[in-house]
Ligand binder design. Sequence first.
Ligand code: ADP
Length: 490
Amino acid sequence: MKIAFAAGEVFPYAKTGGLGDVAGALPVELSKRGHEVKVFMPKYNTFGETEFGLRYNWDLGEIPVRVDGQIRPVHVHTATLPGSKVEIYFVDCPHYFHRFRVYTNDPDEDERFILFSKGIIEILQRLKWTPDIIHCNDWQTGLIPVLLKENYAWDKMFDKTATVLSIHNVAYQGIFPKNAFAKAEIKQEHFMPGGLGEFFGNINFLKTGILASDVINTVSETYKLELKTPEFGCGLEQFLVSRENDFYGILNGIDYDVWNPKTDRLIPHNYSPAGMGGKIKNKKYLAGRLNLPFDENVPLIGIISRLVDQKGFDLAAYGINQLMELNAQWVILGSGDEKYESLFYDLAKKYPSKVSTYLGYNNELSHLIEAGADIFLMPSRFEPCGLNQLYSLKYGTVPVVRKTGGLADTILDWNESLAAGSETGTGFSFNEYSSMNMADALKRALDAFKNKSVWNKIQKNGMKQNFSWGRSAEKYSDLYKKALLKRSGK
Ligand code: ADP
């Protein structure tokens, strides 16, 4: 199949969260399975053209794309995704994308992604490359299905092209004032109550994608079920229920070429289930880097996260004194809301031999933490899939998670496995969103840590798990077939 894969961020060029990882890895796996894939992302000025060997595409030249009545010149650069033959097309429009940030709160944020969406379709036309599938991701590409089926319906090349929309996080919907559809030249009727995009007097790009694409999926089975409820659906639950028959859950994979303690070049000591000696050496190295006193018998709890409400750190804020009484050390790597940044910053100042905080984004440190920590904490309020718990499993860093979304689908609680008569648990989890329950799960983990043979068993159970992209890519292939059937009216 020919697949055009569209995303607002693609690793390694730009990444603000899990979508970047998915967009960098899934297309490569799809291509290994014989699909012809072209990836599209904006050319931000957060990365340089020479840095990744981008080539200017002279054949395409300058492409005029109209947004809000203005013609904007678009140029295209191409590269191949690292370690693959997959071509990536960078939609270059300095007026919109040279902002030193990937996403913005600027008043023309809607225009930026209208241009991106139209730009992709215009490029496909000029390439004369008809995709079987356009795979859209999140609100940034949510308008493509309706643009394709209405604005570009005159172009017969797209007659059979089906659209898939993946929802990576329903909390980000792309809600804009009501003139956004006029800017995109999408029919005004879609802004009327009951229309594709209308949302409490505004325009909602994600809702538009949900209603206009052939099939929809999200990134875990449990999150799919949660999204159909008011608690998790963020106002879109009724639309997802209305598309229930076309709505699927496919767990993300992880890229074991990047995240594997046996081969990871960002950690000083490689290790594997057959030889775990490197893990403790990494812990010692990490403690040195963080200025924490090293003690083999004091568990090191790691956090790597965007510091936002979604990730559950109000639980830590609420029960912080109790957490500091635990016999453990903490390393926190993250950035986000001021209230959480100052919580962890102050904590490191108050408990310098117990807590180390790095505010900001640091890829190398994230690998070191996965390799050096004993426990990884992810108390998310909601979690579409979650990647860090999967990295943690591979690195023998035992996850403590809240049982929601992808965390519920990937971590089996050790005590629950014992109760069921097996020793297959891979971590510790808690159900109800409360500081008390989180502290309880952490205490169970700390108890288990004291018993080396139990701990070793839990670590190895996790390291044996396979969440490679291969499995997920098979499921996406099936999803594409369903989308094509839907498009052909069968
Ligand atoms: P989300 O997409 O909601 O942020 P995920 O767990 O799906 O959460 O993906 C987050 C990704 O971003 C992971 O690869 C994680 O390692 C990375 N990440 C998050 N914060 C940081 C940070 N401060 N430094 C380095 N990597 C980070």
